[in-house]
Design a protein. Structure first.
Length: 451
C-alpha cells in the first residue's frame, strides 16, 4: 500500500470534486432568510448539492445585497454576499401578495426544508409559517432563525450579530482584564457560527424524518448558539468566580500568548504538555526554568503571576528572533507556534489553494473570486461551488416555469402586477455593467436568445 499521506492526498484531491456525486442532490430547500445568519445554513446545504431557492422581495432584495464593508463594492456587488449565497436559485416574490403565497404553497408540496429569519411571528402572520406549510406538506422541516428565539420574554427584541454577541456573554470575555474595553468578535461570527449550527440541526431533523417520515419545527437562536461556544457560566456555577477576560493568554496552557517577533510579525505560541515546555526551554537555552518551582510544576505555572512571568521571559526571547525562525524551531523541536496570518496571506497561500481551503473560483458572470472552501473534506461526496451570487430575480423564469410549470402569459401577468420582479439599478441587485442579461439563457429561460 502507498504511504498514508499519498493515499489521503488522492482521496481528497480537489481536482476530482466534480467527478463525485453530491450528497444532497434532489433535496429542495425554500430559503426565506436574509443577511448572513440564515443564509449561511442554507449555503452549506447548497454547496453539498441541495436545490436552494432563495426568495426575496421584488425590486428590493436581501438587505445584505447592497451592503458592504467600508462602502467598497466589487463589480457592483458586495463581495461577501457571493460566499454566503453561492449555488442558490434567486427568485423574487412579494410574500404580502396572495398570488405569491399560492406559488409558495405549490413549491412547498415538493420541498424538504423551509428556512426563515423574519422577526418572530412574521412568517406565521404572512401565512407562510410552520402551522400553515406543514398542513400542505407534513414531512416538511421548518427552521426559524432569530436572535432570541420564537418564545420567551425577549422574542420581540430586534437583534443582529453584535446584539447576539452581547446577550450571549461573548463580549464579556473578549478583551483584556482590568480594562473597560470590550472587543466584538470580527467578521460577524455571531451570524456565521449560529448559521453553521443551523445546518447541523437541519441534518438532525432530516435523519429523524428518514426514520419516521415526519417533519418538525426547529427554533434556532443566535444568542443560544453563541452561548454554546462558551463555558464561562459553567465555570462560575462550580467555582463561584467569574472566568473573566484573558486577553491573548490561554489560562490552561503555559507561555501561551500572542508575541511580536524581531521582524515585526506576530505569532501564537503555547505549550500544552511538559515535553513541549521542555522543548521550548531547550530552544531558548533556558533549561534552568525546568528547575524553577514557579514553572516546574504545571499547576504552579498556571497561576496568574507565574504565567505572566513566564510569558515575559518567552516574549523577551522571541523579540530576538524572526517569526519564520521560531516557527521552524517549533516544528523541529516539538512545541507549538504559528504565525498570525493576515487576510492577504490566507488569500494567496499556495498550500491553502492546493488543499482547497481557499478556492479561486472563475464564475461565468463575475470572473475570478477567492472564497473559502469546505471546512471538512468528504472523500466520496465533497462540496463544490457551481456559481456565485446572481442578480435579484435572476432565476424567476427557470424556477417558476420549469419547476412549477407556469406559462409565458402567467409570468407576464405576475410581472405586471409586481408579484414577481427583478433587480433595481442599485449595487448588489444588478449584474456587472459589462454583463448583458438579454443574452443569458438562464435569465431568459423559455425564450430564444443568442449569446
Amino acid at each position: 500500500m502507498e504511504d498514508y499521506f499519498s493515499y489521503t492526498a488522492k482521496l481528497f484531491d480537489p481536482a476530482g470534486t466534480n467527478e463525485k456525486p453530491e450528497v444532497f442532490k434532489g433535496l429542495r430547500v425554500l430559503d426565506f432568510t436574509h443577511v448572513i445568519f440564515g443564509p449561511t445554513a442554507s449555503r452549506i446545504l447548497a454547496t453539498y448539492g441541495a436545490e436552494v431557492i432563495k426568495l426575496e422581495l421584488p425590486f428590493y432584495g436581501d438587505l445584505w445585497r447592497p451592503a458592504t464593508y467600508w462602502g467598497r463594492y466589487w463589480k457592483h456587488s458586495n463581495p461577501i454576499w457571493h460566499f454566503v449565497t453561492q449555488n442558490k436559485y434567486f427568485v423574487s416574490l412579494d410574500l404580502k401578495r396572495q398570488e405569491a403565497k399560492e406559488l409558495i404553497y405549490k413549491m412547498v408540496k415538493d420541498a424538504d426544508i423551509v428556512l426563515e429569519n423574519f422577526a418572530p411571528g412574521t412568517a406565521e402572520a404572512w401565512g407562510v409559517g410552520y402551522s400553515t406549510l406543514s398542513k400542505i406538506n407534513p414531512k416538511l422541516i421548518f427552521l426559524s432563525c432569530s436572535t432570541y428565539g420564537q418564545y420567551g420574554p425577549m422574542r420581540y427584541f430586534p437583534g443582529w450579530d453584535l446584539l447576539a454577541q452581547a446577550a450571549s456573554g461573548v463580549l464579556s470575555l473578549n478583551g483584556f482584564p482590568d480594562t473597560e474595553r470590550y472587543y466584538k468578535l470580527p467578521d460577524y461570527l455571531g451570524d456565521f457560527v449560529p448559521g453553521n449550527l443551523g445546518a447541523l440541526v437541519l441534518l438532525m431533523a432530516l435523519y429523524h424524518r428518514n426514520k419516521t417520515s415526519t417533519g418538525q419545527y426547529l427554533d434556532l437562536s443566535q444568542t443560544d448558539s453563541m452561548i454554546r461556544t462558551l463555558s464561562h457560566f459553567t465555570y462560575k456555577s462550580v467555582t463561584g468566580e467569574a472566568l473573566g477576560r484573558t486577553g491573548h493568554a490561554d489560562p490552561s496552557m503555559v507561555a501561551a500568548s500572542i508575541f511580536k517577533a524581531r521582524d515585526g510579525k506576530f505569532l501564537g505560541l503555547a505549550c500544552a504538555t511538559e515535553k513541549q515546555f521542555e522543548a521550548l526551554c531547550g530552544v531558548m537555552g533556558k533549561e534552568d526554568l525546568l528547575k524553577d518551582k514557579r514553572f516546574s510544576d504545571y499547576l504552579e505555572a498556571l497561576k496568574e503571576e507565574n504565567a505572566e512571568a513566564l510569558r515575559t521571559i518567552v516574549g523577551d526571547w522571541i523579540k530576538t528572533k524572526d517569526c519564520d525562525e521560531i516557527v521552524r524551531l517549533a516544528n523541529d523541536k516539538g512545541f507549538a507556534a504559528a504565525e498570525v496570518a493576515t487576510d492577504r496571506m490566507i488569500c494567496d497561500d499556495e498550500w491553502r489553494r492546493e488543499r482547497g481551503s481557499v478556492i479561486l473560483f472563475n464564475d461565468e458572470m463575475y470572473g475570478e473570486l477567492a472564497i473559502a472552501g469546505p471546512s471538512a473534506r468528504l472523500s466520496k461526496t465533497p462540496s463544490r461551488t457551481k456559481w456565485l451570487a446572481r442578480p435579484l430575480g435572476y432565476h424567476n423564469r427557470l424556477v417558476l416555469m420549469k419547476f412549477l410549470g407556469l406559462t409565458e402569459a402567467e409570468m407576464a401577468d405576475l410581472e405586471e402586477k409586481k408579484v414577481i420582479g427583478t433587480g433595481d439599478d442599485r449595487p448588489g441587485l444588478k449584474p456587472p455593467l459589462y454583463y448583458n442579461l438579454d443574452k443569458d439563457p438562464i435569465y431568459n429561460y423559455g425564450r430564444e436568445v443568442k449569446r
